[in-house]
Design a protein around this ligand. Structure first.
Ligand SMILES: Cc1cc2nc3c(=O)[nH]c(=O)nc-3n(C[C@H](O)[C@H](O)[C@H](O)COP(=O)(O)OP(=O)(O)OC[C@H]3O[C@@H](n4cnc5c(N)ncnc54)[C@H](O)[C@@H]3O)c2cc1C
Length: 299
């Protein structure tokens, strides 16, 4: 019986494992190793690790955790978790079953990219989703905002802090009203509402947006605002309540509405989605778990 099984070994789950290992807890971390930031070369904005690659970050975290012998890491996928009386049974895709007193769900989110031809080739390399992660690297470059929903204007305002050389491509949609379009025009920002046929470029460096009317606009990079979806089957199966945006609802210490089930990182916070925030949340949740285990044991 493990004190805690952590499902998901991204920044949140790894941080929780470190804190619980240092608290002498017997921990199993199960990770499918499919982090969504794998597509990017460098991660930015995490103090002391600015510019580190996602794989180097993970290797450094595993190295830190390896100093604590009560933590075991397994690379596989959890397919199901259920509560048996007071404890939990966690089932992996290989049909292994592990028992735990507590579960931390740290499975992150997945993004749904807009349906634009060749976007996948450039995503994470020259088309980005987060200005705080990659805005500095593309400052003052000619950027495209590829966005078709109501949040488009907010994204434009934000990106304008990093570059004033912008075009907005709404891919046949009309998320910006006439008056706002004129305001943007005064700032030199053109809104192009024509359908996008594809992005073109060399290797993973985007170079142009091609439109259905044959027009082609040169760009050096771009931003999208993807939709995020939770692979929520573990939380749903356990009966965890969700927030309106889809994240797992928690109290200030990672506890969900199901006693013994905790959530950390993007799987509960979603926005802002940042490594520093996921690491902090993993730590806070681990402290919540250890506090609850301590209170249950110390009688
Ligand atoms: C393209 C891109 C670039 C980014 N760049 C930056 C940046 O520069 N700076 C920054 O601060 N943030 C950046 N982010 C955001 C950052 O990556 C996330 O905020 C952070 O990774 C969230 O950590 P997490 O541990 O909550 O989730 P994740 O990192 O998503 O980790 C979740 C882990 O759980 C595993 N998992 C999922 N389901 C299961 C299951 N059923 N069983 C076992 N394991 C499972 C996954 O395989 C994955 O390894 C970027 C994100 C993207 C998409």
């Amino acid at each position: 019986m493990f004190d805690t099984v952590i499902i998901g070994g991204g920044p949140a789950g790894l941080s929780a494992a470190l804190v619980l290992g240092r608290a002498r807890r017997n921990v199993l971390l199960i990770d499918a190793d499919r982090p969504r930031n794998k597509v990017t070369r460098y991660s930015h904005g995490f103090l002391s690790r600015d510019g580190i690659s996602p794989s180097d970050f993970k290797a450094a975290a595993h190295h830190d955790i390896s100093k604590y012998p009560s933590v075991t890491i397994k690379r596989t996928e959890v397919v199901h978790a259920r509560k048996n009386d007071k404890h939990f049974a966690i089932v992996t895709m290989n049909k292994d079953v592990f028992e735990a007193k507590k579960i931390i769900i740290a499975t992150g989110v997945k993004e749904i990219l807009p349906n634009i031809k060749s976007l996948g080739r450039f995503y994470g390399k020259s088309i980005f989703n987060c200005v705080y992660c990659d805005g500095w690297e593309v400052r003052d470059k000619r950027l495209a905002i590829l966005s078709s929903h109501l949040g488009t204007l907010q994204l434009v305002k934000l990106v304008y802090n990093w570059s004033k050389n912008l075009i907005v491509c709404t891919n046949g949609h009309h998320p910006i009203d006439q008056k706002t379009r004129q305001t943007l025009q005064l700032k030199g920002i053109e809104v192009i509402e024509t359908i996008i046929t594809e992005l073109t470029g060399a290797g993973d460096q985007v170079e142009a947006v091609r439109f259905a009317d044959g027009r082609e606009e040169p760009i050096e990079a771009g931003f999208i605002s993807p939709e995020w979806c939770h692979s929520g089957y573990i939380a749903n199966g356990l009966g965890c309540k969700k927030m309106p945006q889809g994240g797992i609802m928690t109290d200030g210490m990672g506890r969900t509405n199901i006693q013994g089930v905790y959530a950390a990182g993007d799987s509960s916070i979603i926005s802002p989605s940042q490594i520093a925030i996921a690491v902090g949340d993993g730590s806070r949740t681990a402290i919540g778990v250890n506090m609850d285990l301590t209170n249950e044991e110390f009688k």
